[in-house]
Design a protein around this ligand. Structure first.
Ligand code: CDT
Length: 319
C-alpha cells in the first residue's frame, strides 16, 4: 500500500501592523480545524506568520526591533496551537521571527508533530533584500538588516512517516536548497513565503512573480523527486501587495492544488510519498547519474568568476 501523507497548505491573507499575535493564532487555529476536517496530518503555515512582514520598515530602536521576535516557542500566546495540534492529531509547520537567548535574530520555522512536540527547527539561509535603509524605495525589504543567515543549513527529518524538510521564501529560488535536501532523500519540503509583487530593483519582474514562484518550486520538486508545499502570506498588507497563489507540487513538478483567493485559505493534497521513488529511482537516480567531481565550484565559490578577457580586437570578442 502506498504511503499517503495528507497535507494542508494554510495560506494566510494579510496580517496588518495592529493585529496582535493572539488575533493571528485565532486564524491559525481556524485553519488547523479546517485541516483536521479534511483529514490532514500536517499543515504548513507561512513565513513570519505571527506578525506583519516588518522588514518593510526601518527602525533603529532596539526595543521596537525586538518586539517583532519570539523569545520562546511555544509561548503563552502560541501554546493553544500546540495544544490543539495534539488534541486533533494534526501537526504543523510555522514560520516566525526568532530571538535566541544569546541575542541572535533568525527567520525561523519549526515543525511540530501530531503529539504537539517540536521535531525540527530551520533558520532561513538565503536572506534577500538589503542591509540599510534605502529612501528611494516605496517600501523597504530589510531582511538583511533584521536577520542573520541561519547557521544550520538544510537538514531533513524523519517525521510524519516521511523524510521532511523546510525552507523559507527566498530559499525557494536557489536550486542548492532542494538539492542538499534531495541528497538526504527528502520526500516533502514545506516552504512559507512573503513575496511582494513589486520588486523595486527591477519592476520589470513584477509581472513574472507567479511564473518565477512556480518555476522554482516545480523544478525543485521534479529534479529531486519530492513534494513541495509552497504557502503564502498574500494579499495587501500595510499597502503592499504580496503574491498569494499557494500551491502543492508533486514530484513530477505538476501542481496538484492551488489557492484561489488572496486571503486565509486551506488547500489540501493527499501526497503519495511513494511517487517520489518514480523520479528518485529513474531519471534522477543520484547515486548512478550524478557526477559530483564536476560540481566542486558550487561550494568552493560564492560569486561568479568569468573567464579572462580576450585581447583587444580579438575576433571572438566582437558581436
Ligand atoms: N521573504 C522573502 O524572502 N521574500 C523574497 C523577496 C525578494 S525581493 C527582496 C522572495 O524571494 O520572495
Amino acid at each position: 500500500m502506498n504511503r499517503i501523507l495528507t497535507v494542508g497548505a494554510a495560506q494566510l491573507g494579510p496580517v496588518q501592523r495592529d493585529h496582535t499575535r493572539a488575533d493571528v493564532v485565532e486564524r491559525l487555529l481556524a485553519l488547523l480545524h479546517d485541516a483536521a476536517g479534511w483529514g490532514c496530518q500536517l499543515v504548513i503555515f507561512p513565513e513570519l506568520a505571527l506578525t506583519t512582514f516588518f522588514p518593510r520598515w526601518y527602525t533603529d530602536v532596539p526595543a521596537d526591533i525586538d518586539a517583532w521576535y519570539e523569545r520562546d516557542m511555544p509561548s503563552p500566546v502560541t501554546q493553544p496551537l500546540f495544544d490543539e495540534a495534539k488534541r486533533l492529531g494534526v501537526g504543523f509547520q510555522l514560520g516566525y521571527a526568532e530571538l535566541t537567548a544569546d541575542g541572535h535574530h533568525y527567520n525561523t520555522s519549526i515543525m511540530v508533530e501530531r503529539n504537539g512536540e517540536v521535531v525540527a527547527k530551520y533558520r532561513k539561509v538565503h536572506i534577500p533584500g538589503h542591509e540599510e535603509y534605502e529612501p528611494w524605495r516605496a517600501f523597504q525589504h530589510l531582511e538583511r538588516y533584521y536577520f542573520e543567515s541561519g547557521p544550520d543549513g538544510f537538514a531533513v527529518h524523519r517525521a510524519f512517516g516521511a523524510i521532511v524538510g523546510m525552507a523559507t521564501c527566498n530559499d525557494r529560488r536557489w536550486p542548492e536548497t532542494y538539492r542538499v535536501m534531495g541528497l538526504q532523500g527528502v520526500e516533502l519540503i514545506g516552504i512559507g513565503y512573503n513575496t511582494p509583487i513589486h520588486y523595486a530593483p527591477d519592476p520589470g519582474q513584477n509581472a513574472l512573480q507567479l511564473f518565477h514562484n512556480d518555476l522554482c518550486m516545480a523544478s525543485g520538486a521534479y529534479q529531486n523527486g519530492t513534494w513541495v508545499v509552497g504557502v503564502a502570506k498574500g494579499g495587501t498588507e500595510e499597502g503592499v501587495e504580496s503574491l498569494a497563489q499557494s500551491a502543492i507540487f508533486a514530484p513530477s513538478g505538476q501542481v496538484v492544488a492551488r489557492a484561489l483567493s488572496t486571503g486565509d485559505e486551506l488547500i489540501v493534497a493527499a501526497c503519495d510519498l511513494d511517487l517520489c521513488n518514480k523520479f528518485k529511482h529513474t531519471l534522477f537516480q543520484m547515486e548512478r547519474y550524478r557526477e559530483p567531481q564536476h560540481y566542486s565550484i558550487i561550494t568552493a565559490q560564492k560569486g561568479v568568476v568569468e573567464p579572462p578577457a580576450l585581447p583587444n580586437g580579438h575576433p571572438w570578442g566582437q558581436l
